[in-house]
Write a protein that binds this ligand. Structure first.
Ligand SMILES: [Ca+2]
Length: 315
């Protein structure tokens, strides 16, 4: 299927965002409480990176191995994926209905790259260490928190939400692009595509000295997170796949991609004390801001740069 036809086959699932399918609704909930989902058809793509991509940015060897070798993947069934990261407002509905409270602190990076991560009880998903509105992505949520949210939303809607697999995330994030990042494919301004570590962040943390190894030389206008969908979407309509916050996946940590599923299935073997998250965040230097980059976090980790995006299994 050609890209144009492929794009036309994508459907924003906007009209079915009702919680009325729930057997015993406890409250009237607006459609805004349910993340907007985009249908992605079955297809093929190449996941991961070639060594030339990671060599070009002097990526640490251990990190580079994690996303290599590049491999052909067949996504055998269509699925739906969140148009945006799950927002704080959407997560707040879950917290209010279930009485959910975090059982540990959130790690916060107080003074930028080079600063020390700190974890204390003063920081949580409502107080991540920078200003947020309900339109910002929820952060300070660990794997269990994200999984519990997906299960709650599934119960409330009668639909089937979950976290994406590693390959599902990359397939939807790339949207047909093989380049390392969308701005490389189009020679465009990186800050048009997402909330990155940029001039705003550099000014906030070191009075504006731009080290190209640490900051993009453009300005997306935010120091912490940005409201979701503030920037240009990818070719399939997904916002913030690169930047804003890292996004949890179902896959366990492995040293490399040898033997990784070449389907939409998650990789559930390896070091499952950590799961892979994708897409980088507002805090990351440019070498991490690539479609192929994979970052492990301990499953219990809550940090101010890590959130999630949902997948929905379609009937
Ligand atoms: Ca993101």
């Amino acid at each position: 299927m050609g890209l144009k036809k492929f794009a036309a086959a994508l459907t924003v699932v906007g009209s079915a965002l009702s919680l009325s399918a729930c057997a015993t609704p406890r409250a009237s909930v607006s459609s805004a409480a349910v993340p907007a989902m985009i249908r992605v058809p079955a297809g093929h793509f190449v996941a991961g990176s070639e060594p030339a991509e990671t060599d070009a940015v002097h990526y640490p060897a251990e990190n580079a191995r994690r996303e290599q070798p590049a491999r052909a993947v067949a996504i055998e069934r269509g699925f739906a994926i969140g148009r945006t990261e799950v927002t704080r407002g959407q997560f707040a509905r879950f917290a209010a209905e279930t009485g959910w409270k975090p059982d540990g602190p959130c790690s916060f990076l107080p003074d930028g790259i080079g600063g020390r991560w700190t974890a204390d009880a003063a920081h949580d998903w409502r107080h991540p260490g920078f200003a947020q509105t309900d339109d910002h992505p929820v952060v300070c949520v660990n794997l269990a928190d994200a999984t519990a949210y997906a299960a709650w939303l599934s119960r409330r809607t009668g639909r089937s939400f979950r976290l994406p697999s590693n390959t599902e995330w990359e397939y939807a994030a790339r949207a047909g692009i093989r380049a390392a990042a969308p701005w490389e494919a189009s020679a465009a301004n990186p800050c048009a595509f997402g909330n990155l570590s940029d001039r705003s962040r550099a000014f906030a943390h070191n009075r504006g000295a731009i080290d190209p190894a640490l900051y993009f030389a453009c300005d997306a206008g935010f120091v912490g997170t940005a409201p979701v969908a503030s920037f240009q979407p990818n070719a399939w309509g997904l916002h913030d796949v690169l930047g804003n916050v890292w996004e949890w996946t179902l896959d366990c940590l492995n040293a490399d991609q040898s033997g990784a599923p070449q389907t939409s299935a998650p990789r559930t073997t390896g070091d499952c004390r950590s799961h892979i998250d994708r897409g980088s965040s507002w805090v990351n230097s440019p070498k991490y801001v690539r479609f192929a980059a994979q970052h492990p976090d301990l499953v219990e980790a809550r940090t101010s740069v890590l959130g999630f995006r949902l997948v929905e299994d379609l009937p």
